[in-house]
Write a protein that binds this ligand. Structure first.
Ligand code: ARG
Length: 459
């Protein structure tokens, strides 16, 4: 029996009830729903809106309901309309008329806005902690690899040498920005909407600030119409999560490439790789591929949310019930991906020789050869052209810049001398890239300090 039966002469059609019901996905909010109701009932009692005794009984019974749901002695009614109706129904069954006083001066519209924010605040903090854990894992590994030379790429073509530490720290920057985005979004989520009523607040002398303080929100919403119909925070959170997934997905793509038999920069731990049902030799990076693939569903949820809100008139509309499946799915997906990615990354084995050998290929030091000439006074464009010709000569002679005889260098430009070999040595190439933000070990040391200070500051 619905709680809103007064106006109706028939029970809701069964299929319509299933269609309308959200308990299958909003039951996960039961803890915060009850916490919100406890704050509301406490405030009603304190303000004398309902008798203090009734408020006390409601609070005590709500705590009991929460415990009963937690330990499984109370089961969800999957025919209930939503988690809010379900909790109120149980309360009323247990307390009779007293239970019926809970919803005084409140609507499900401000209640669901409150619950959703409380739930997503917790989720945002959990995800933030996981992103931070990942950053720490990246930093720990980076610290061990400040001297590990690997090729840097543009267009997936070998470009200039970097170090593995520098490469990992690029991801650290991305994930640090993700933390900042989550914090920023959290700030706007942390505004308490209860008291907005259905749309136009209430005639009861409620104390919104008390509820706000009890529930640990930063401040209260300033407009009741906006209070019940704002879902910006879901969209903002999903957007931040889409970026987390984008970063994970890019990293996974690299891990997948690094695992190929042609590259073999890393080997995944057996616990984080899978075999083939037919090809006995295979060791597949399924986990990395799945994370890359799951980025699609988080981005899909982003479009769901944006499209759901677009064109909605003020204030609450049932369309908004659709927010939960989308944003909850994004939240769960990101948590799952981070929890899987972190140990996969921590346990994967880097083959530093392979990295170094790959860096020695592809004329990775051609820029350094040109820079050598430039530093001896040759204009850069001429130096560039001359080096290009030397590369062509190497290709023709099937050698590298390191093995090209000095006569060939001198034939191209008299300025070349013995010291060219030192200048194009991979070690030198990396060590000399010591501009701020560069891959040279001394620049990476500064970068690492910066990251640690940032982590401290972010808390
Ligand atoms: N289950 C609903 C939701 O998630 C709760 C609000 C219902 N309000 C209403 N007026 N029907 O949005």
């Amino acid at each position: 029996m619905k709680m809103w039966t007064g106006r109706f002469s028939k029970e809701l059609d069964k299929k319509t009830n299933d269609f309308n019901s959200s308990i299958s996905f909003d039951h996960v909010m039961f803890r915060v729903d009850i916490e919100g109701s406890i704050a509301h009932a406490t405030m009603l009692g304190k303000q004398g809106i309902i008798p203090q005794n009734d408020a006390d009984s409601i609070v005590a019974e709500l705590k009991k309901i929460s415990e009963d749901l937690e330990n499984g002695s109370l089961e969800f009614d999957w025919n209930a309309e939503d988690i809010h109706m379900f909790v109120e129904q149980v309360l009323t069954e247990r307390l009779g008329d007293v239970g019926k006083r809970l919803h005084t001066g409140r609507s499900r519209n401000d209640q669901v806005a409150l619950d959703n924010k409380m739930y997503l605040k917790i989720q945002t903090q959990e995800i933030r902690a996981l992103v931070k854990e990942l950053v720490n894992a990246l930093v720990t590994k980076a610290e061990k690899h400040t001297l590990t030379i690997m090729p840097g790429y543009t267009h997936m073509q070998i470009a200039q040498p970097v170090t593995y530490a520098h490469h990992l720290l690029a991801y650290v920057q991305m994930f640090l920005r993700d933390i900042e985005r989550l914090d920023d979004c959290y700030k706007r989520m942390d505004v308490m909407p209860l008291g907005s009523g259905a749309l136009a607040s209430t005639t009861y002398p409620i104390d919104r600030q008390l509820v706000c303080d009890m529930l640990g929100f930063r401040e209260i919403t300033q407009n009741s119409l906006d209070g019940v119909s704002d879902r910006d925070y879901c969209i903002e959170l999903n957007s931040a999560l889409s970026l987390v997934m984008t970063h994970l997905s890019r990293f996974c793509e690299e891990v997948i490439t690094w695992c190929t038999s042609e590259v073999k920069f890393v080997e995944l731990d057996d616990a984080f790789a899978t075999g083939s049902s037919i090809m006995p030799q295979k060791k597949n990076p399924d986990i990395a591929e799945l994370i890359r693939g799951k980025t699609g569903r988080v981005n899909g949820n982003m479009i769901t949310l944006l499209t759901m809100m677009k064109g909605l008139p003020l204030a609450y509309n049932k369309d908004m019930q659709e927010d939960k499946q989308a944003i909850f799915d994004s939240v769960e997906t990101v948590k799952l991906c981070l929890k899987t990615f972190i140990p996969m990354f921590e346990t994967m084995n880097e083959n530093t020789q392979k990295m170094r050998a790959a860096a020695a290929k592809g004329f990775i030091n051609a820029t350094d050869c040109a820079d050598y000439l430039t530093k001896k006074g040759v204009p850069f464009r001429d130096a560039y052209k001359c080096t290009g010709q030397l590369v062509a000569l190497c290709i023709q002679k099937n050698c590298t810049l390191e093995t090209l005889p000095l006569e060939d260098y001198k034939a191209a430009n008299e300025i070349f001398d013995e010291d060219i070999y030192k200048a194009i040595d991979l070690q030198t190439c990396v060590e000399q890239r010591k501009a701020a933000g560069g891959p040279a070990p001394e620049a990476v040391a500064v970068q690492l300090e910066w990251v640690k200070a940032k982590l401290d500051q972010l808390g």
